[in-house]
Design a protein around this ligand. Structure first.
Ligand code: SAH
Length: 356
């Protein structure tokens, strides 16, 4: 089995080049840099095209290292310009990722797992059972594939932001998430800064300190309810990690990363959109630096919730602002092609051992 390049952060690549290819210490940095630049800045996906490297070494590398093993098999374009991509992985599983163009930026929303274990009741991705964690290369390749599709190599910067808000729970896939983010952040590679990446979590409290110490990007918490009773009803994960635990860990996160937490709050009619909920939310926000993003609920076939009306979302938002906290109403994008928040889902099944 060849080593997939996108599974190696810069230091891992140097180690691989030394141990498996026999490159001498004094040339290691140069070769690793040449590979990172060609793969992640120029978007080259074949060692033959790596002209800065001698031909015999290129041949050796191509025998031992493979590139992106995933491919885009379907593209759906929304009337608002949002693009949803169906990505087929090497093992046949599929995940979705989304490109969201805006006036001043372009965001890629990536998946971290095939399926999801959380079963949040309002989320369509939660109706697909967990199949597996994505490897670092399967995460990185989503961004590389979208950049390739948009011809975003060299000086172009079409994809300016990355959000881990696709299928799956990133903090349950911590090890691979960390490697993928190291590759995304590497200045010699894709070069996305801490403020260009947002990891969104449903609230895996015990992983938040590790994310603070070793990831350091923006963090979003899918809160959706301001008290345990309601949150437990709509997000089963709250049975394991209570709001009190979350607050404690988020305080730590903001003390290390020094940026506010984005609280995601999907507005469900008659469920979490009352003035009482707004009041409780404000009390919660008083405890650590945060901003709230109110999300219009995106409907999907079979779901029992209804979206809160626009005027009521505005009222809720104003309540929070009047108390001196930041509240934004997030416009839904890509809804018509089921590309919006919480709508991603792929057909999948666990592949039998002998097939994988
Ligand atoms: N598991 C992580 C990453 C997924 S992010 C997390 O929960 O944060 C996807 C975001 O969309 C989450 O905030 C999720 O709660 C929200 N979401 C899920 N279903 C939705 C829906 N139907 N409409 C709007 N937002 C939804």
């Amino acid at each position: 089995m060849k080593q997939n390049l996108f599974d190696l952060n810069y230091e891992d690549l140097k180690f691989f080049l030394s141990e498996k290819i026999g490159i001498k210490e004094k040339k290691l940095n140069m070769r690793a840099q040449q590979i990172f630049t060609a793969a992640y800045q120029k978007g080259l996906n074949d060692f033959e095209k790596f002209t800065t490297i001698p031909i015999d070494l290129r041949e050796e590398l191509s025998k031992k290292i493979s590139f992106n093993d995933s491919k885009i098999v379907e593209t759906h374009e929304s009337s608002d310009g949002t693009l949803k991509f169906l990505v087929e992985l090497f093992d046949g599983n599929k995940v979705e990722c989304v490109y969201i163009p805006e006036k001043t930026r372009g965001t890629v929303c990536v998946s971290s797992q095939v399926g999801c274990s959380l079963t949040c009741t309002f989320c369509r991705s939660g109706t697909q059972r967990l199949v597996k964690n994505l490897s670092a290369s399967e995460i990185v390749s989503q961004i590389v594939l979208v950049k390739d599709k948009l011809k975003d190599w060299g000086d172009q910067k079409i994809v300016t932001n990355i959000v881990f808000m696709g299928q799956g729970e990133p903090l349950i896939n911590m090890k691979n998430l960390k490697t993928a983010i190291q590759i995304l952040k590497d200045k010699k590679g894709l070069n996305y800064g801490n403020k260009k990446i947002t990891v969104s979590t449903s609230g895996i409290a015990n992983k938040i300190p590790e994310a603070a110490d070793e990831i350091g990007t923006y963090l979003a918490l899918s809160l959706h309810a301001p008290n345990d009773k309601l949150r437990e009803e709509i997000m089963p994960i709250n049975k394991k990690f209570k709001i009190k635990d979350l607050i404690q860990q988020l305080k730590y996160y903001t003390s290390v990363v020094k940026e506010p937490i984005f609280l995601e709050y999907v507005m469900l009619k008659g469920i979490n959109d009352t003035e009482d909920c707004a009041k409780q939310l404000v009390k919660l926000m008083a405890q650590f630096p945060s901003k709230v993003n109110l999300i219009e609920f995106n409907s999907w076939p079979g779901v029992k919730f209804k979206p809160t009306e626009r005027k009521d979302i505005e009222k809720f938002s104003k309540y929070i602002q009047d108390k001196g906290y930041m509240s934004f109403i997030r416009r839904s994008r890509g809804d018509d092609v089921l590309a919006a928040c919480g709508q991603l889902r792929t057909e999948s099944q666990k592949r039998k051992k002998h097939l994988s």
